[in-house]
Design a protein around this ligand. Structure first.
Ligand code: ARG
Length: 565
């Protein structure tokens, strides 16, 4: 990567000039083309710490800097920025190499880390709703991106298959279950019996009794419980299949039941948990945001809870996979839970160095800026949402391509509809709420999946017209500003991936791809490709590289492409 070479050269020059400087903070970033291709602002901070004149320091560093292999010039600008201007020859050299390699403008991360990703994690006997969509889509895309960069990723679906809801479900199953309804739509029927029992105060005790029987290993209740899990899992798998999402492990909460008592006992022995009004709690007197907000690890009725289970889960993951990092992809409303969990874990297992990250996200809102609901005010179910995405995309595709046969239009609509839905989610900063808007996400213009998928099909159609599938590598000449700009943007694919990996934000990759499509459109507008004589092979190679980056970039967002649209 040219970017990395420039950054390394700058770090060497800084180290020579300031032997005590921490050069790992000397970074080079892509910048506004007004100023150059890459920029570094590191010298200003270094000069400030040392009470030096930043422009003088910049001059001294530049005198030691040799980037002539990649840059036509390096400028010192303003109060001490360094602006790097790439040399077309160097850029075309990298493109030529990429054209004949599988690795597109990125390098595997060194060192490779082991990263456990806990995502999706729906609850048994409840429909997966739009709240789970962000976790599923975001977690899957992070897994794909981190894997592409060469990390070892372990995905684990921590489904909610244990807890007080099973008391009501069991009671409902035994007293009011409608077999036919269960057959037709198992989740809806389980949801119905749950709600019916839950809303009737007089059934509380009976439901508790069923729960206790389950917890003490009653074989009838255990087998009904298992049936509920299996039915739910089938529904989850249907949604995952449609979304193209897979997991290495599905270890639900119940998997840890036998460990819970030991965890609480260990916390007590180590004086991390103390008794309070019959419950066991952990307090955080020295932790300012958590002070005054104790975590319960055993309720006064003796039952363990979400936190206890998560501690046991952490212990298991640590033993089993020795992770460098564990990511938890959930709604932002669970922030307190994860802060407490991580704080307890630091005290309980201070020797464990894995970094624990709560990768949280905001809400999906309706047009009224309130949490997204159906027209009748219910929670939107994920399966219905996927159907609607495909249906609406079918209308769009049919308008564009009335002559294509029905099955082909259905398949394109599936790719476009699901792509649009995923991209609408991923292209937003995960921590902000966003308004769910079908028309916007399906638009063929703007920062949408259909726009990028369409850009891809336009490139493929050039190859169809040329009567070839790919282009044999040759020299690449970047003689027009549009060709050069497109080529330089291609180089930054790896940087976009790394940025996602550093902050767990796929929206950086979306922005990159959107800009790529823009560069491509300007190139296409300005530079004829077919019948361009000597330039044809070079331009076809640029087209091909742009298509490959689009496809791979969308691919790691979990989005497919199609040759026609
Ligand atoms: N089942 C939980 C929910 O639907 C999410 C679990 C997230 N993962 C975890 N290890 N706590 O809210």
């Amino acid at each position: 990567m040219i970017h990395r070479s420039i950054q390394n050269a700058l770090q060497v020059a800084v180290a020579a000039e300031l032997p005590d400087a921490d050069t790992s903070r000397v970074l080079v970033r892509p910048c506004d083309p007004k100023f150059g291709d890459y920029q570094s602002n590191a010298l200003m901070a270094l000069a400030k710490q040392r009470r030096m004149n930043p422009r003088e320091l910049a001059g001294a560093v530049v005198a030691r800097l040799d980037v002539s292999e990649w840059c036509s010039k390096v400028e010192i600008a303003g109060p001490g920025f360094l602006n790097f201007h790439l040399e077309p020859e160097a850029v075309s050299g990298v493109l030529k190499e990429a054209a004949s390699s599988d690795q597109l403008f990125f390098e595997p991360a060194i060192p490779s880390r082991t990263i456990v990703i806990d995502f999706s994690s729906p609850n048994v006997a409840k429909p997966m709703h739009v709240g789970h969509i962000r976790s599923t889509i975001l977690g899957d895309s992070l897994a794909r991106i981190l894997r592409l960069l060469g990390h070892r990723v372990v995905t684990d679906n921590h489904i909610g298959d244990w807890g007080t809801q099973f008391g009501m479900l069991l009671l409902g199953w035994k007293t009011i279950l409608d077999e036919e309804a269960l057959e037709a739509d198992p989740i809806a029927e389980m949801e119905r019996i749950y709600k019916a029992i839950n809303s009737d105060e007089s059934l509380r005790d009976a439901a508790r009794a069923e729960l206790l029987k389950l917890q003490s290993g009653d074989s009838e209740n255990l087998s009904l419980w298992q049936q509920m899990i299996d039915l739910s899992q089938q529904q989850f798998d249907m949604v995952y299949g449609r979304l193209g999402v897979g997991f290495d492990y599905t270890l639900g909460e119940s998997f840890y039941n036998d460990e819970l008592a030991g965890v609480v006992e260990d916390l007590r022995k180590n004086k991390i948990a103390v008794e309070s009004e019959g419950a066991m709690i952990v307090e955080f007197p020295d932790d300012s945001p958590l002070k005054g907000q104790p975590a319960i690890v055993r309720k006064s009725d003796g039952a363990a809870n979400y936190t206890t289970t998560d501690l046991a889960t952490l212990q298991h993951r640590q033993r089993e996979w020795l992770p460098d990092e564990i990511l938890y992809v959930t709604d932002g409303r669970q922030q307190l839970h994860f802060q407490q969990l991580f704080a307890i874990h630091r005290r309980w297992r201070p020797e464990v160095s894995a970094s624990l990250e709560h990768v949280w996200f905001g809400s999906i809102l309706g047009p009224d800026r309130k949490p997204f609901k159906t027209r009748s005010g219910e929670v939107v179910k994920l399966a219905a949402l996927l159907d609607e995405a495909e249906e609406r995309a079918f209308t769009v595709v049919t308008e564009k391509n009335p002559d294509l046969d029905g099955a082909a239009r259905r398949e394109i609509a599936r790719i476009v509809g699901l792509g649009a839905l995923k991209y609408a989610d991923l292209s937003n900063n995960r921590q902000s709420d966003y308004i769910f808007d079908w028309d916007r996400m399906l638009a063929l213009q703007g920062n949408t999946a259909p726009y990028l998928q369409y850009a891809y099909t336009r490139i493929r159609s050039i190859f169809r017209k040329a009567g070839m599938d790919e282009v044999s590598a040759g020299e690449i000449s970047l003689s027009t500003p549009e060709e050069f700009a497109l080529a330089k943007h291609l180089l930054n694919f790896g940087l976009a991936l790394e940025q996602v990996a550093a902050e767990y934000r796929p929206n950086y990759l979306c922005t990159y791809l959107y800009e790529l499509a823009g560069h491509y459109a300007r190139f296409y507008e300005a530079c004829p490709v077919l019948q361009s004589g000597d330039a044809q092979t070079s331009r076809l190679t640029l087209c091909d590289l742009a298509a490959r980056v689009l496809k791979e970039g969308l691919g790691v967002l979990g989005i497919e492409v199609t040759d026609k649209m």
